[in-house]
Design a protein around this ligand. Structure first.
Ligand SMILES: [Fe+2]
Length: 398
C-alpha cells in the first residue's frame, strides 16, 4: 500500500502559547490584521484578550465579529470585504471551526477577487497566495488548524462545500489548551465528539494509510482517556490538553484519509436542519460503527477498546460491531448529547424530512469522491438504502 503524508500547517502547541500571538504576527511582518471571531468568543472574553496581545505588539487590529455557525458564503464575503477596505496585511481567526473557516475564506479574498463561491470545490480551482493567516482554536474538536481548506455553506444550493488551496492556507496555528478551560460542558461534548469522528472515520476510511492510522489511533485513544474527564471537570487542564492534542491529531489524520459516513450525514444535518457540526456528525456514529465493522473488524475492535468498551475474544465482525455500537452510544449518553429526535422537536423537522434528503446527499458525496479519487472513503458501499437504515435507526434508538 502506498502512503502519502502531508501536514501542511505549522503549529505551535502548548499551554500558554496564545500569549505569543503578537510576537508571531510581528515575525510574519504584519502591521494591521483582520481578527475574525463570533459573539460567543467575544462574550467569553477570549477575543478581547487576543486583540490586546496583538495590539501590545504594536500591530493594529480590525475586527469582524459576525461569524455565523456553518459559515455562509455571504458572511465570508463580508469579512473579506472588511479586510480589503481596511488594507490589512494579515488575518487572525479565533474560535471554533466556523471562525477559523471564515478567516480562511477572508484570507483568500485578500488577493483573489470576490465572491467566495467561485472558489468552491476541489477540481480545477486555482487560487493566488495571500496574506499571512494565524488561527487560534478555542475548542478541542474541529482540527481546522491542521487542515488545508475550510468548510463554507453554499447558500444558493443549501449545501456545505469546501474551499482549499494556497489562497486560504494557514501560516501558523497556535493551539493553546488553556483557551478551552472555560468551555461549557455541552460544547466540550459536541466538539469532542467531532474530534472522535475525525479520528475513527479517517482511521477506517478507504484512504487510510500508515501515517493517518498513526495519528488517528492516538487521537481516539486520547478521546477515550480524556473526553469524559474534560466534560465532567472543565478545569482539568491535563484533560483539556489531552483533548486539544486529540483534536489536532484528528485534524492531521483526516487531512489525507478524509472522513466518511458520520461526517457526510453530519454535513447534511448541518446544512438542512441546522444541527451543530459535532452533534450532527455524532448523531449516527453508533450505527455507522456497527455497519462498517464487517469491513474493518480489527480497527473497529481497537476503537471500541480505546473508548472503554469490551469485545469478547473470538468475536465475529457482527459482534464487534454491536460492541462498538453499545460503547459509542454509552459515551454519548454519558455526555448527554441531544439526539436527532431532540433536534427534530427543537428545530421542527421529522424523521421523514431527514430521510427525504440525507441518504441521497450522502450517496452523492461518496460518488463525488469516487469520481475524484477512483474510490469513495466509506469502507462499505454508501447506498441510499444503507444510509436510510442508519438514519432511521439513529432516530429511533439514540
Ligand atoms: Fe468535523
Amino acid at each position: 500500500m502506498q502512503s502519502i503524508f502531508s501536514s501542511p500547517n505549522p503549529l505551535l502547541f502548548g499551554i500558554g502559547t496564545s500569549k505569543l500571538v503578537g510576537e508571531k504576527l510581528r515575525e510574519l511582518g504584519c502591521k494591521k490584521v483582520l481578527v475574525v471571531y463570533d459573539a460567543g468568543i467575544k462574550s467569553a472574553g477570549v477575543a478581547d484578550t487576543i486583540i490586546r496581545l496583538i495590539n501590545e505588539a504594536g500591530i493594529e487590529t480590525v475586527c469582524y465579529d459576525g461569524v455565523q455557525a456553518d459559515p455562509p458564503d455571504w458572511s465570508v464575503d463580508e469579512a473579506g470585504a472588511l479586510g480589503l477596505r481596511e488594507k490589512v496585511d494579515g488575518v487572525v481567526g479565533v474560535g471554533g471551526g466556523s471562525s477559523l473557516d471564515t478567516a480562511k475564506g477572508a484570507k483568500l479574498l485578500q488577493t483573489n477577487p470576490p465572491p467566495i463561491n467561485q472558489y468552491f470545490g476541489r477540481e480545477g480551482v486555482v487560487t493566488k497566495p495571500s496574506v499571512p493567516l494565524v488561527v487560534i482554536p478555542t475548542t478541542a474538536g474541529t482540527g481546522s488548524e491542521c487542515t488545508p481548506g475550510g468548510v463554507i455553506t453554499d447558500t444558493k444550493n443549501n449545501v456545505k462545500t469546501n474551499i482549499a488551496g494556497v489562497g486560504c492556507a494557514v501560516t501558523l496555528g497556535i493551539v493553546d489548551p488553556e483557551l478551552t478551560l472555560g468551555l461549557p460542558p455541552s460544547v466540550t461534548a459536541s466538539t469532542g465528539m467531532d474530534a472522535l469522528c475525525h479520528a475513527v472515520e479517517s482511521y477506517t476510511s478507504q484512504r487510510a494509510n500508515s501515517f493517518s492510522e498513526l495519528t488517528g489511533r492516538e487521537a481516539f485513544t486520547l478521546v477515550g482517556k480524556y473526553l469524559v474527564r474534560a466534560y465532567e471537570n472543565g478545569g482539568d487542564l491535563e484533560a483539556r490538553k489531552g483533548m486539544m492534542l486529540a483534536a489536532t491529531l484528528g485534524g492531521i489524520s483526516m487531512s489525507g484519509a478524509l472522513c466518511h459516513l458520520a461526517h457526510d450525514i453530519g454535513k447534511m444535518l448541518g446544512a438542512r436542519f441546522h444541527i451543530p457540526h459535532g452533534n450532527g456528525c455524532a448523531a449516527c456514529l453508533p450505527q455507522v460503527m456497527e455497519v462498517i465493522a464487517p469491513a474493518a473488524p480489527e480497527k473497529v475492535r481497537e476503537i471500541t477498546l480505546a473508548l472503554g468498551g469490551a469485545v469478547p475474544d473470538g468475536a465475529t465482525p457482527e459482534e464487534t460491531g454491536r460492541a462498538a455500537y453499545e460503547t459509542v452510544l454509552a459515551l454519548m449518553r454519558r455526555l448527554k448529547l441531544p439526539s436527532l429526535r431532540d433536534y427534530g422537536a427543537k428545530n421542527g423537522f421529522t424523521k421523514d424530512d431527514v430521510l427525504a434528503v440525507v441518504p441521497e446527499g450522502v450517496e452523492g458525496m461518496q460518488q463525488g469522491l469516487v469520481k475524484l479519487f477512483g474510490t469513495g472513503t466509506s469502507p462499505v458501499p454508501a447506498t441510499k438504502e444503507l444510509i436510510a437504515a442508519i438514519v432511521s435507526r439513529a432516530w429511533d434508538e439514540n
